[in-house]
Each structure stands twice: as C-alpha cells, then as structure tokens.
Design a protein around this ligand. Structure first.
Ligand SMILES: [Zn+2]
Length: 967
C-alpha cells in the first residue's frame, strides 16, 4: 500500500512508522463518504476492529447510551433478537462490547481467529448501520424505558435496562460528583449533558426522537474506523466498502464541538446515605479547573505529574494538609482527559460542608507554597519515570492493545487532531525532563488553577431521607401521569406491554439463527495455550521461572504461604497489605518511600488471597507481593522490596488510621456500585472455607471488624497494632516463600531477593470454618440491588468441562433472558469452574426477589433445554474462548503462578478443554442433580436497596444495614 493508492474506495493519505509501538500507521479516507479510517499494522495475532461515531448529547435523556445498547439487538442481515449475546456465547472474541462516552460511541471487537474476526466485524457493521430497533420499538422499550403496566387497574412503574443501569450509576457520591463537575464546567456544549442518561430525564425520550438521532449520527461520514493487528487489509477494506460504506453518500451533517468559553459555577446537591447513618463527615467537595485543549499534550502529561507530586501518598503535600487538619479522609487530584478541553479535578472525600472555606484555604495554601518554593524535583522526576515505564510496557491487563490504541486515537482524532499524537507520546518525556530546570510546572499551577478563569465547585451533602424521597417522587410522578390517561390510553399501554413480553419470549426461528456467522469445532484449537514454568531452587526456596520475552522489564512476585493465619489475622493481614509501601520504614519516611517506589518500580502490588488446591480441595492462603522494574533498576528495586517487607514501621497509629478510613470508604463504595462480588462471596462463605477466609480478609466480616475498630480506635488500636507487628515478623520468612521471576536477569535477581531473608517457624495449618447458612440481606443506600446464590459442589461434579459450558449457557441464555431482558437488571451470571463451586449473581437489579426465583428454576430450564435436544456447538465454541483467554505478558505470568500454586497443571487444563470440546446433552443431563443440590443447599445473600430486600422476605433470614444494625 502506497500513499494515494485507492483500495476498495479507501484512499491512502498518509503512512508513518511509529517506532514507539512498533507499528506502521496507514491513514485513509473513504472517498464516497469521507469515513476516516486507520490501520495500525502491527505484529499481533489478536486483531481489533472498531467503529466510532461522534455523538454529542443535547439533553440528559441518554439517547446515545440507549442507542449503544439497542443497535446490538438485531440488524438487517442478522435479524436475531440479540446477536451481541449470541456472539458473546458463541465466538472466540477477546473483546466485544460497546461504550458510550461524553462525546462519542465506540463499537470495538477483537479476536485471535481470522474467520471469527471477520464475522464479528460484519455483525457490528450491520448493527450500527441497519439496526432493527428502527423498525421494532420493543427493543427501545426494553433497553431504554417503558411504562410497565399489565392490567389497567395496576399502578405503572418504569422499567428498562439503561434506566436501571443509570440509577445504579447515580447512587455513589463519586459517580454523581464527577458527572456534575463535567456538566458545570461545560454548560454550553455537549459535556453539559449526561450522555449516559439521567434517570429523571430518560423517561422523557420518545421513540421518534430516538430514531431521528440514529439517522443523524450513525452514518459513515460521522464515523471513525480503526483496524489494528496483522490482517489481510485488502480483504477487510473490501468488506467494509462493498457491504456497507458503498451504500452511503457523504450525507451526514458535520458535527462539531464548540469550545466552551470560561465560566465559573458552584453546585450543591444531596446524595443518599442510609437512614441510620450519621451524616457528619460524609460531605464531598470537588474543584474543577479547565487546563486547555485536547492537543496540549505536554501540558496534560505535566498536570498528571503534578498530581503525583501532590497526592500520591498520605504524606504528599495536598493529602497531608487535608488529613492533618481533619478536613477530610482523603483527597485526590485527577486529570480528566479524553475530551475536547481536559480539566483537573481536586476532590475531598468524607468532609463537612461547613468546613469548605477551611478546605479551600488549605488547598490554596499548598498550591501557593508549591508555586513560591517550587515542587520537589525528585518527586517530579519519579513521576516522570513512572510514566515512561508505562509507555514502554504498554501492558493493559486483559484489554487488547489494539483496543486501547483504538480508544486513545480518538482522544485527538475525534477533534481533527493527529491520531498518532495520542497514541505515541514518548518524545514529550525528554522535553518534560528538560523543563524540570525551569518554573514550567509551577507556572502551570499558577495560571490554570490559582488564577483559573474556568472552574467549578461541586458540593455533595449526605441525606438520610433522599432515598425515600426519590422513591416517593417517582411514584407521585407516575401517579400524576397515570391520572391523565384515558381508559383507551391505559389499554394501549397494557397492550404495548403484552406485545413486548410476547416478543421477549419469542425464540429466534432456526432460519433467523442461521443468518449469524458461526465458528465450528473444526475452527478451534484443540489444546490450551501453554505458559511454561521452569521450577528451580535458590537459597533453599522454590523459584518459578517464566521463559517469556518481556521487552527489558522484570516481573517478579513473592508468593508467601500463610495457611496458619486465623480469622483475625486474615482481617488484619489484609489491611497490612495496604500499609506496605504507605507507612515509613527504618530507612525512609513515607514521602521518600513513595517516591522511590515510583522512580524504581513500574508496579508494586500486595494482596492476601486464597484458593482451593485443584486436586485435593485444600484451602491455600497466601500473600502475593508483585512488582516490575526495568532491568537497569533491578538491584534498587529488590532492595526497596526488602526494606518494605522487613522494615516497615507500624508504630504510627495516626498514619495507620488514615489509611484504614480510606480503605473503609473504598469498601463501602464497592458495596454500593458492585455489590454482586460481596453478595457472591458472602453466600459462598456459608458453606465454603475458601470464601469464608476471603470474608475474613476483605469481606463483610472484615468490614464490620474494621468499622468497630475505627469507632473504638483509642481502646482497640493498641491490640490491632500489636497483631500487625507480630504478623509482619511471622509472615515474611524464607520458609514461606515461593519466588516467581522472569526476564534476562532472573537468576541474579532470585539470588538477591532470597539472600539474607529472615528465617522462622510456620505454625500448624489453621482451618477456617464456613459461616453456616445465614441468608442475609445487607441494606446499602442504593436504588438497585445485587442477588447471589452459591454452593460448593466438590466431588459432585463429574466433569469440570461441563460446568464451563453450563456457565456459558446459563449466563447468556437463561439468566440473560430472564433477569436482564425481562427483569431489567443491568447484569447477571452463573460462575463455576475449577474451584468446583456454583454461583449465581445479578447486578444493578431492580427486583432481587424475582432473580432468586429464577435461580431456583434453573432445574426446570435445564430439563427443558435437554428435552429440546438443542445444538450446543456454538456454546462450546464460546466456552473455549473464555477458557483460554487473551493474556498480556504480565497476565500470563500471574495466571501461571496461581495455577502452579493450586496444583493445576497443563495436563489438567488440556483434559478440561477436551471435556468442553466433547460436551454432550448427556453431560448436561448429568449436571441437573447439581442444581437440585444448589436449591437444597439454599445459600443466598442479597446486597442492596432496603425495600427490595424486604420483598425477598421468604428467602432472607435477616436484614441489616451495612453497620450491622437490624432496624
Ligand atoms: Zn449501558
């Protein structure tokens, strides 16, 4: 491909080699439509396709979010109810989703299989350009909103997937605050509106407006097509042109985002806390400052470095000022980019509104001091080193690189900037390093924060009555609307509901199903990916060596066996993980330590976790200390890790309490935003030792212990600290260690890590007992709930492979249809696997009582499924993809370490894959008794809205609030 070549309607306008990511970037324009197109030619078998549209909301109805959901519900060539779900369950996708941003909607897919990649791309192109929702309003009612009314004498309610998803999103103070901030800073352009949809306004959107919005925005001239990886580009471009773009002209209206002129504003809002909660110290304050344009790349990175200097540890200037004056429990300084005019947000968590003048004065003083005396250069350099490390590593965990490039490109491309600029930025580091010798960073603080002309303040105050008020208001609003309905109108709405639910219960006809391109067993790899480990010994300890190319980066972990920990030690030990690296050590104060971590290590993480050994089912508890570093920093990195493990000083009670309070806040926010994890773990802990151990480490058991500790700090902290000190001596000894190393210097590193490690005694294994069936409801201040049911199946499972296939069938078929599609919950799933457990969950669920019922009915669903003798090939295909997921370098190392610890070998994996590939209807039949057992076992837990919990009355033995009170 050369510049000016025209390939299937695409003209090549620019070709560049991007050294930083080892890629050639081809920029193209589609001649008929002006569709902007990029191909990043990289040596990556995992290929990515993404099509994005500029979608700039003009109101808070969430129309683009509802569009994002709805276009994936069937299209011209693929007229099935939910192609998106069919692909989730039946393809080898390594990424498949769609995302609504404040100014764009993006549809990306990835796959390692060529045929699958093309299938997925076709389905997505057809979905965005020819969705059935334009002809079938049922899809809009289901995904967006509708009045649920099944009888003219009933009271109506609102229902819809996006409606409930956003109710959940509008529950946490963090979520509300960041939305309000963006709206306040940009009142005159698209960022002033809620792209996800505000539940109060979603119900104002009509189907006609919805369809008109699709026509205006979803056309090729408003699109951004991104291709990444090693692919037959001519073939791909031919499909995109011949089957889609060639049907369009350049008919789209050019959508531009107007620059917001400077404004200042202040917004105060209430947010919901539990009626029993004390509102004192629960206000949240945030200050936002617009700092320039999307293309001020250097400035934007500079602000992220400033953030790191001011806020990376509790001893950093800004955090220290707020914490030491008792003005809040935490403060952050965040860069918000990926929009036309990026801004920084300084936020104080768990404060009091009455103290806002003091808070503002404290922040100002820190910033003025920084400008006057200069920011610490060593700190800035450490932050710069860390950014450079990340730029070199480009490890995005489970997210394919191509996906990250596709989204990053839009950070400039969407605003007519150069897409390469937001993917490659290493050049900027040299210039930022040179500027360390100038007042560049201080000038930025002065000009854009202290003297800001474009800023906003957001104040959130807690309300114990808002939850009930909101429910009352929604009821009253609906009653008022219903009062205006004539009998005819009521009948029409009942009829609409009848049609909707009839449509929802309809199965796709075989000829419809046949339209979806599918993979077959022949297309699949028959063996799992091997991530080999060489086991060596060094200084008497076991060393797991990973022979992978790591591009000059070392990834090391200490796996510290701690089977002898008791319940309290698990709770305290898990907190200890958050103190490591955040408390002073013998050699370093917190500030220095935090700086050394950033300048020497790429990542540093600590966790206390557990799992069951694969064959014997024995509970294994262990601590994982992981870090990464550039080869040249290895010696320093290892010294630092040793200093943290062996010489952390646990005597500063105030510093410990500050971190503890921050941890409690994070736990509470997680329970409100994603309570399904807690509900699942809690339900499983009634009968599982592993889950009970997890409960003591970081679940609700831990939460209550820590809350009590915080409330009775003076009395209880001496004991807590004593246990901490004892634990640190007891745990960090060579007898417990298994070391995991990678990279060219691994032998030398292993030697250095293990040399002089303390020695000690390991006590007898301490058995953590399951909690016993409790069937609790845990009320949290949220509009939605999370319902879980879990059991340990152990040897009752004949073939683990069958359980993987069943996870796929139940999640994407049974639960999806009943809990998400009909029930209006945002998410749901069934999980089982090598842990030999079975667990159901729902996510942001308006009706947990219904979900519990659905879990119970799994038995009859399966019987019916088997009776109909369905073809399960597509479920098997999808299961193999999930079973052997796409892993980054770091991901593969961590996964193979865990598998080694669990005694789960490559042969075991190959055997399970064989079971998956050969899974038959008879295997499924064998599994029915497991679900009968799950029903008998009857371990359920629901986290969520109190009224919804009360509706589960027959199923829950007790309901209490997060703080344990049983009002
Ligand atoms: Zn959504």
């Amino acid at each position: 491909m050369e510049i000016n070549d025209i390939i299937h309607g695409f003209k090549v306008t620019n070709i560049r080699h991007l050294e930083e990511i080892e890629a050639d970037m081809y920029e193209m324009i589609h001649l008929g439509t002006d569709a902007k197109t990029i191909w990043l030619k990289r040596n990556d078998e995992n290929k990515t396709f993404s099509i994005g549209f500029k979608t700039t909301p003009v109101d808070d109805t969430g129309v683009f979010h509802i569009l994002e959901h709805s276009v994936l519900n069937g299209s011209r060539k693929y007229p099935v109810r939910e192609p998106f779900v069919d692909l989730l369950k039946g393809s080898l996708q390594t990424f498949l989703n769609a995302m609504t941003f404040p100014d764009k909607t993006v549809y990306p897919i990835s796959s390692r299989n060529d045929k699958d990649f093309i299938n997925l791309m076709r389905v997505y192109l057809d979905a965005v350009f020819y969705p059935l929702v334009l002809k079938n309003p049922n899809i809009f009612y289901q995904e967006g909103w509708h009045y649920e009314l099944n009888d003219v004498n009933e009271e109506p309610i609102y229902k819809g997937v996006v409606f409930n998803e956003m109710k959940g999103a509008f529950s946490s103070p963090d979520g509300i605050k960041s939305r309000l901030m963006m709206h306040a800073l940009f009142p005159d352009n698209c960022y002033g509106n809620e792209s996800g949809g505000d539940p109060d306004y979603i119900t104002g959107l009509s189907y006609e407006q919805f369809c008109a919005t699709h026509r205006k925005h979803y056309n090729p001239s408003n699109s951004y097509i991104f291709l990444d990886g090693d692919m037959d580009i001519e073939k791909i471009l031919a499909i995109i042109n011949d089957e889609y773009l060639s049907n369009y002209g350049n008919e789209g209206e050019k959508i531009t985002i107007a620059k917001q002129s400077p404004v200042t504003s202040e917004v105060t809002r209430e947010y919901e806390i539990s009626p029993q909660d004390d509102p004192a110290g629960k206000s949240h304050l945030a200050y936002g400052y617009v700092i320039g344009g999307f293309d001020d790349y250097e400035k934007n990175i500079a602000f992220s470095l400033i953030s790191s200097v001011l806020c990376s540890s509790n001893e950093s200037p800004l955090k220290k000022a707020i914490l030491s004056k008792g003005l809040g429990e935490d403060i952050y300084f965040d860069m918000q980019d990926g929009i036309f005019q990026p801004y920084v947000e300084i936020g104080v968590q768990n404060s009091d509104l009455e103290k806002k003048e003091e808070v503002e004065a404290a922040i100002r003083e820190v910033l003025e001091t920084a400008v006057r005396d200069g920011l610490d250069r060593k700190e800035l350099e450490a932050a710069l080193n860390q950014r450079e490390f990340k730029a070199k590593e480009r490890d995005f965990g489970g997210m394919p690189k191509g996906l990250v490039f596709a989204i990053s490109a839009l950070d400039s491309w969407l605003y007519d900037g150069d897409p390469a600029d937001s993917i490659c930025y290493s050049d900027l580091f040299n210039s930022l390093r040179e500027k360390l010798d100038s007042s560049y960073y201080e000038d930025l603080i002065e000009e854009f924060i202290l003297n800001s002309k474009h800023c906003a303040k957001i104040f959130l105050k807690p309300s114990t009555t808002l939850g009930a008020e909101k429910i009352g208001k929604e009821k009253a609003k609906l009653a008022a609307i219903a009062a205006t309905w004539t009998e005819e109108e009521k009948k029409a709405i009942v009829e609409m509901n009848r049609k909707l639910s009839a449509w929802q219960s309809e199965e796709d006809a075989p000829e419809q199903k046949a339209t979806l391109p599918a993979l077959h067993l022949d297309d699949l790899k028959k063996t799992p990916t091997d991530y080999p480990i060489e086991v060596k010994t060094c200084q008497g300890s076991k060393v797991l060596y990973h022979p992978v190319a790591t591009n000059g980066i070392t990834y090391d972990s200490l796996i510290i066996s701690c089977d002898d920990m008791n319940e309290e030690e698990l709770t305290i030990g898990s907190q200890m993980m958050t103190f490591l690296g955040n408390l002073k050590t013998e050699k370093y104060d917190v500030l220095t330590l935090s700086r050394l971590i950033r300048s020497t290590l790429g990542d540093f993480s600590t966790s206390l976790t557990g799992s069951r050994s694969y064959k014997e089912g024995i509970v294994r508890k262990f601590i994982l200390v992981s870090w990464s570093s550039l080869y040249r920093n290895d010696p320093e990195a290892i010294e630092l890790i040793k200093e943290i493990l062996y010489h952390t000083d646990y005597s500063d009670a105030d510093a410990i309490r500050n971190i503890l309070k921050q941890n409690l806040f994070v736990m509470e926010q997680t329970y409100i935003n994603a309570g399904h994890s807690l509900a699942m773990q809690r339900a499983a802990s009634y009968s599982s030792s592993v889950s009970a151990a997890a409960e003591y480490a970081k679940g609700y058991e831990a939460y209550r212990y820590l809350k009590d500790l915080d409330e009775n700090w003076d009395e209880k902290n001496p004991r807590f600290i004593e246990v901490l000190k004892k634990l640190s001596e007891k745990l960090f000894i060579r007898e417990r260690y298994t070391l995991s190393v990678s990279g060219e210097q691994s032998d030398m590193n292993a030697e250095a890590i293990l040399k002089d490690a303390p020695s000690g005694q390991i006590s007898e294994t301490y058995e953590i007992r399951p909690l016993g069936r409790r069937n609790e409801g845990i009320a949290v201040p949220a509009n939605v709930s999370f319902a879980a049911k879990a059991s340990i199946l152990d040897e009752k499972i004949k073939k683990i492979g069958t359980m993987f296939v069943l996870s796929n069938i139940l999640t994407y078929d049974y639960l999806w249809n009943n809990i998400r599609v009909k029930g209006g919950a945002y998410g749901c799933g069934f999980r089982s696997g090598i842990g030999r457990t079975a667990g159901f969950y729902s996510y942001r669920d308006p009706d947990p009582a219904n979900s519990l019922k659905i879990y119970e009915d799994t038995v009859s669903y399966l019987k019916d499924f088997i009776e109909r003798n369905q073809d399960i090939e597509n479920y098997i295909v999808g299961t193999t993809g999930d079973f052997d997921p796409y892993l980054s370098n770091r991901g593969s190392i961590i996964t193979s370490d865990m598998e080694y610890i669990m005694g789960y070998s490559y042969e075991d994996k190959a055997e399970i894959l064989k079971q998956i590939l050969s899974c038959s209807i008879d295997d499924l039949k064998d599994a029915i008794s497991l679900f009968e057992y799950v029903n008998e076992d009857d371990n359920v837990c629901v986290v969520g809205n109190r009224t919804a919990l009360e509706n589960c009355s027959g199923k829950l033995k007790e309901i209490f609030d997060l703080n344990g009170s049983r009002s």
